[in-house]
Write a protein that binds this ligand. Structure first.
Ligand SMILES: [Zn+2]
Length: 106
């Protein structure tokens, strides 16, 4: 799914838990994950969802962003929830949205 839809889907979480959830880190994680799709679209003409949309791929991006957020001295709980919910909700939403047999198989 296109990145803005992932972010729009998270806004209710932000409204319900304004202090415990970082929409900024959620957005950063989702944008980074979808750079893969842009890359494949530009290089092959096909918006494939491969490694960085797999459980392992979103985990690497989600936890890497959390480490970066700690290095930038962001608040831990909101950053953690933003990164981790961002990563796994992206995987879950795209998993049901795309035909994985032709667009990527993870
Ligand atoms: Zn995606």
């Amino acid at each position: 799914m296109i990145t803005p839809f992932h972010i729009i889907a998270a806004t209710p979480i932000k409204l319900i838990f304004p202090k415990q959830f970082s929409l900024l880190w959620f957005s950063i994680v989702n944008i980074l994950i979808d750079i893969e799709v842009v890359y494949y679209f530009l290089t092959t003409g096909y918006p494939s969802h491969k490694f960085f949309h797999s459980v392992l791929g979103v985990s690497i991006i989600g936890f890497s962003c959390f480490v970066i957020s700690i290095l930038l001295k962001q608040k831990k709980l909101p950053s953690f929830l933003g990164c981790i919910i961002g990563a796994y909700s992206h995987h879950a939403i795209d998993y049901f949205w795309y035909d994985w047999s032709t667009h990527g198989i993870y």
